[in-house]
Write a protein that binds this ligand. Structure first.
Ligand SMILES: Cc1cc2nc3c(=O)[nH]c(=O)nc-3n(C[C@H](O)[C@H](O)[C@H](O)COP(=O)(O)OP(=O)(O)OC[C@H]3O[C@@H](n4cnc5c(N)ncnc54)[C@H](O)[C@@H]3O)c2cc1C
Length: 508
C-alpha cells in the first residue's frame, strides 16, 4: 500500500445561481438567451453574452460533481449509443454534469494550427474539410481563454515542469532526433498554496483543489462584475426545440428525470452547446412542419461527418535499472507533461499529416511502476458515411437511442500506424523489453467529438454559418465542437472554447 501525506489546496469559490431545475420558479421569458449544455463551450458562451449585458439561462442535464469524483459514473448514468457491434456500448458523452467534460479533463491546452483549419491541403474526403475561418480569427479568443484558465507559460503563469518520466522521455526523443516539448497545461504549477499538490495520477477525476482549470474552478460561470447575469439550471434534459408558426424557435421541451415530467421553457434565442453528438441528436429530435427532417437537416447533413480523434496507446515495460528508479516509480501529478509535434506535418507521414505523441500515465499512481505509456492522436478524416442517427427504440426516459454508423478510413489507419511505430521507437530506445499496443476503441466513441453540424456559407454543404447560426433559422445557434469541419490534430478544448467565444461575440 502506498502512503502519501496530503496538504490542503484552495477550494473553488462559489459561483452564481446554480440550482436544480426543480428548485426554481423563475420567469424564463426574462432571459435573452438560453444555452443548452454547461460544458466549456456553453459556459464560455454564457460568460461572453453576460459580458455583453445579456441575461442568460444555461440548461444542463447532469448534476454537480464533487471534488475528487471519478469520471465513469458521470458517463454511465446515461444511455449508451448503439455501435457497429450491435450492442449499446458507445459513449455519446464527454461527461454529463455541470461543467461538462472539462471537470474531468487532463488540462492539455494546445492552440490549433492553420493546417488544422485548412487540412484539405493534406486530406480529401467527400465533405468540406476546411473551416470557414482562419487562425487569425481565433487568436484574440485564444488569448482571452489563456488568461481565464491561467494556462502555463502564458500571461506570466509558470509552465508545469516535466515529470521524472517526462524528462526520461524527452532524453530518449532527443537522442532519436525528435524534438520534445513541454505540454501547455491549464494547471497551476506546484510550489505555492494554490498550485498542484500531486495528490494522484490526475486522470479522469475532478481536481480536489482548484489547481487544475475547469469551468467551476476558474469561475467561468460567475457573473459577478459582469453587466449581464448567468443562471444555471441542472437536472433538465432538452428534448426538442419547438418551432413557432413564424419559423423561429419559441420554446424548449425539457425532460426532468427527477419528476419524469416534460416542461416547456420559452426562448428568445437558443444556443446549443451540448457536444457534437448530443447537439446533432437534439436537432434530429426536433422535427416539425418547418423542419420535417429535423432542424438544419434539409440537406441530410446533421449528424454526418462525425469525427472522433483517431488515437492509440503504446505501453513499454522497462527495467528500472536501465533508466533510474525515480522515473519508473509510481506516478503522482499530471497525466502528461511532455510531447512531440515532430510529425504534425511531416513528409514521412502518410498524407504528410500526422499528429501528436505524448506521455500518458495510467490512472492509478502504482499502475505506472515499471511501465511507460505513450498516447498518439490525430484528427480524423470527416466522411459523410460516418454519422449518428436516432434509433427507433427509445430508452427508459422515452428518448430515442443514438446509433453510431462509423468506420475508420485507410488513410487514418496508416497515419495512426505511423505514429504508433514512432511511439514504439521511443519506448524501445528507453530500453523497453516488451511493448504492448492497447486495443483501439474508436468505434465506441471518444471524448473528442466533432463535425456533425458543419460550418460554411452554402446550406447544401453545411448546417451552420461561420458564426454558428443554423441556416434558415434566425434564432438557433450551435457553438460547440460539432461546427469543427476537421477535428484538428491536437486536444480540442482550448479551440472549442476560443471558437465558441468568437461566435458568441458575433451574436447580436
Ligand atoms: C477524461 C477526459 C479527459 C480529457 N482531457 C482533455 C484534455 O486534456 N484536453 C482537451 O483539450 N480535452 C480533453 N477532454 C475533452 C474535453 O472534455 C472536451 O473537449 C470538452 O469538454 C468539450 O466541451 P463542450 O462544452 O463542447 O462539451 P461537453 O463538455 O461534453 O459539455 C456538454 C454538456 O452538455 C450537456 N448536455 C448534452 N445534451 C444535453 C441536453 N439535451 N440537455 C441538457 N444538457 C445536455 C452535457 O451533460 C454536458 O455537460 C477530456 C475529456 C475527458 C472525458
Amino acid at each position: 500500500m502506498l502512503a502519501r501525506r496530503f496538504t490542503s489546496g484552495r477550494r473553488p469559490l462559489p459561483v452564481t445561481d446554480i440550482r436544480h431545475i426543480a428548485a426554481t420558479s423563475c420567469d424564463y421569458t426574462a432571459f435573452d438567451a438560453v444555452i443548452v449544455g454547461s460544458g466549456p463551450s456553453g459556459s464560455i458562451v454564457a460568460r461572453t453574452l453576460a459580458e455583453k449585458g445579456c441575461r442568460v439561462a444555461v440548461l444542463e442535464y447532469g448534476g454537480m460533481v464533487s471534488p475528487g469524483a471519478m469520471h465513469e459514473p458521470h458517463q454511465a448514468a446515461y444511455s449508451k449509443a448503439f455501435t457497429s457491434t450491435g450492442a449499446a456500448d458507445g459513449n455519446p458523452w464527454t461527461a454529463c454534469c455541470v461543467g461538462g467534460g472539462m471537470q474531468f479533463y487532463n488540462a492539455i491546452t494546445f492552440r490549433y494550427r492553420q493546417s488544422d483549419l485548412s487540412a484539405s491541403q493534406y486530406l480529401s474526403t467527400d465533405m468540406d474539410i476546411d473551416w470557414p475561418i482562419t487562425l487569425q480569427d481565433l487568436e484574440p479568443c485564444y488569448s482571452e481563454i489563456e488568461h481565464l484558465l491561467e494556462i502555463g507559460a502564458t500571461n506570466g503563469h509558470a509552465s508545469y515542469p516535466a515529470s521524472p518520466r517526462g524528462v526520461m522521455l524527452s532524453d530518449a526523443m532527443q537522442e532519436l532526433g525528435i524534438r520534445p516539448k513541454k505540454i501547455p497545461l491549464a494547471l497551476r504549477a506546484p510550489g505555492d498554496s494554490s498550485g498542484c499538490i500531486k495528490c494522484s495520477a490526475c486522470d479522469e477525476l475532478v481536481c480536489p483543489t482548484d489547481a487544475r482549470a475547469s469551468v467551476l474552478a476558474r469561475n467561468i460561470l460567475d457573473d459577478s462584475g459582469l453587466p449581464g447575469a448567468i443562471s444555471v439550471f441542472y437536472g433538465c434534459f432538452v428534448n426538442r426545440i419547438e418551432i413557432g408558426r413564424d419559423g423561429r424557435a419559441e420554446a424548449l421541451e425539457c425532460y426532468v428525470p427527477l419528476s419524469s415530467e416534460l416542461i416547456r421553457i420559452p426562448v428568445g434565442t437558443v444556443v446549443v452547446c451540448a457536444n457534437a453528438i448530443q447537439s446533432a441528436a437534439l436537432m434530429l429530435r426536433s422535427k416539425s412542419g418547418h423542419a420535417p427532417q429535423g432542424i438544419g437537416n434539409e440537406s441530410d447533413l446533421v449528424g454526418r461527418g462525425l469525427s472522433f480523434k483517431i488515437s492509440g496507446y503504446s505501453v513499454g515495460y522497462v527495467d528500472a535499472a536501465d533508466c533510474g528508479s525515480d522515473a519508473l516509480a509510481s506516478h503522482w501529478g499530471p497525466h502528461a507533461t511532455v510531447y512531440t509535434d515532430e510529425f504534425y506535418e511531416h513528409n514521412d507521414v502518410p498524407c504528410r499529416f500526422g499528429g501528436l505523441i505524448y506521455e500518458a500515465n495510467f490512472l492509478l499512481p502504482r499502475e505506472n511502476i515499471g511501465r511507460v505509456r505513450l498516447h498518439y492522436i490525430a484528427g480524423e478524416e470527416p466522411w459523410s458515411h460516418n454519422r449518428l442517427v436516432l434509433d427507433d427504440v427509445a430508452d427508459r426516459h422515452g428518448i430515442p437511442y443514438i446509433r453510431f454508423v462509423y468506420r475508420n478510413s485507410e488513410n487514418d489507419r496508416a497515419r495512426m500506424d505511423f505514429l504508433a511505430d514512432r511511439a514504439d521507437d521511443i519506448l524501445l530506445h528507453l530500453g523497453a523489453f516488451r511493448i504492448e499496443r492497447e486495443p483501439s476503441s474508436h468505434a465506441r466513441g471518444s471524448s473528442h467529438l466533432h463535425g456533425t453540424m458543419r460550418a460554411g456559407c452554402d446550406p447544401r454543404s453545411s448546417v451552420v454559418d461561420r458564426c454558428g447560426k443554423v441556416h434558415g433559422f434566425t434564432n438557433i445557434h450551435v457553438m460547440d465542437g460539432s461546427v469543427m469541419n476537421f477535428a484538428g490534430n491536437s486536444n480540442p478544448t482550448h479551440t472549442i472554447m476560443a471558437n465558441a467565444r468568437r461566435m458568441a461575440l458575433s451574436l447580436k
